[in-house]
Design a protein around this ligand. Structure first.
Ligand code: AMP
Ligand code: MG
Length: 326
């Protein structure tokens, strides 16, 4: 959705890739020289994880936890929920998987969009707060009315699982695109880095530039990916500020994170979008092994030093000055 593989390997045939709809988005897995069986295994793996994590599928572990307030979780669901709670602590609650009652009230789960009034939001915000989730020895529990949604991290987690599955099958080169949560396994078969385009958050479909990566995830969060326009013309995006219960307006309009763990990148992009520049910079100063590219509301670019060699701005941004964070 937000990112596109600009250059597929010249040798890639249509049957080297599989496109399918899962986790509410279009996914494409490309394995140059890969077999049908391998691509099917990837699709099956995503569907297996979706059946565990989906908030709307009543039989999923997360839906059961939400309905019953308590559930014994599989190792994978417990790992993902635990990781999301750790990320909430790291980001001072900017990532908060208990936002679900708020996100649902705005209609983002059903498409029946509406703007809740202040009273409704205040009541719903009382149900929000990641510290309310208890997870011990694989058993999770929630106070009445509190609900979790792992949608902000599930695709990144799934991309890590697919990379592990493919590596375990001896694959050394693949491109996993789970609705813009991209994982580049190895390099392209000709040995050059994968080149991943980062979308212009203005919604034009253009790119602000390209990052060259091997063996890393590239994940972007931006409200241009999913939003609705109210009758008065106000645009409401799908990433919420847990402090207000309203779509975040932090001054960051797009956050891209590049690093070895798709889950971590997915968690961080959502959080950085909410945090705004000052908090985002402070967090990025403390994180090693990941790079970030932020676009602010004025169209200025902010990036960490690892991108000096690997990011090439393009189009309207080709001459843009980049503010370096570290
Ligand atoms: P992403 O596309 O990874 O940035 O995740 C955004 C999705 O996660 C939204 O569509 C919501 O369902 C949910 N969400 C929105 N805001 C937050 C937040 N601050 N923390 C956790 N999940 C969120
Ligand atoms: Mg995310």
């Amino acid at each position: 959705m937000c990112l596109l593989a600009l250059c597929l390997p010249a040798a890639a045939r249509a049957d080297d890739s599989r496109t399918f709809f899962a986790m509410d988005t279009v996914m494409t897995v490309t394995v140059p020289g890969g077999s049908e069986a391998l691509l099917s295994a990837c699709e099956d793996e995503v569907r297996r994880l979706e059946a565990l994590f989906s908030v709307t599928d009543e039989s999923s572990e997360i839906a059961r936890l939400n309905a019953e307030g308590r559930a014994v979780l599989s190792d994978e669901t417990a790992a993902l929920l635990g990781g999301a709670l750790d990320a909430a602590a790291l980001t001072d609650g900017a990532l908060d998987v208990t936002l679900y009652p708020v996100v649902r009230a705005w209609g983002f789960t059903t498409g029946d969009y509406r703007v809740p009034d202040d009273g409704e939001l205040a009541a719903l915000l009382a149900l929000v707060g990641w510290q309310q989730v208890t997870l011990e020895d694989g058993e999770a529990s929630l106070p009445p009315g509190v609900m979790v949604d792992l949608g902000s991290v599930a695709k990144g987690f799934a991309s890590d699982r697919l990379a592990a599955l493919l590596r375990g099958s001896g694959v050394t080169s693949a491109l996993i695109d789970l609705g813009g949560n991209i994982y580049c396994l190895g390099a392209k078969r000709n040995g050059s880095a994968w080149r991943i385009g980062v979308r212009d958050p203005d919604g034009s479909g253009e790119y602000i530039g390209v990052v060259a990566v091997t063996d890393k995830a590239v994940v972007t969060s931006g409200s241009y990916e999913r939003f609705f326009v109210a009758k008065d013309g106000t645009v409401y995006g799908h990433i919420f500020d847990p402090a207000t219960g309203r779509p975040a307006e932090s001054g960051i309009v797009s956050a891209t994170v590049i690093g070895p763990c798709g889950f971590q990148c997915d968690a961080l992009t959502t959080a950085l979008y909410v945090m705004g520049l000052e908090r985002a910079e402070a967090l990025l100063e403390t994180l090693e092994g990941v790079d970030a590219l932020l676009v602010d509301a004025e169209g200025e670019l902010w990036a960490t030093g690892g991108l000096r060699e690997t990011f090439t701005p393009m189009g309207a941004y080709s001459a843009a000055a980049i503010h370096w964070i570290r």
